[in-house]
Design a protein. Structure first.
Length: 57
């Protein structure tokens, strides 16, 4: 469980905030399967452009 929490925090570190302007959680899913880390999040097109430039993304 600690590893899952650490991965979730790592994925959240890419996002501009943990909540959208309407108060919904940005991070929808954080996962690790078969050597692949991933997450799904609510982002605007402009926010995605910023996140996509972050090292490690």
């Amino acid at each position: 469980m600690a590893d899952e929490d650490a991965h979730r925090r790592w994925h959240e570190s890419f996002l501009p905030s943990t909540l959208t302007d309407s108060g919904e959680p940005r991070l929808l899913r954080s996962f690790y399967r078969y050597g692949i880390y991933g997450f799904t999040a609510r982002l605007t097109v402009a926010e995605h452009a910023v996140v996509a430039k972050k090292p490690g993304f």
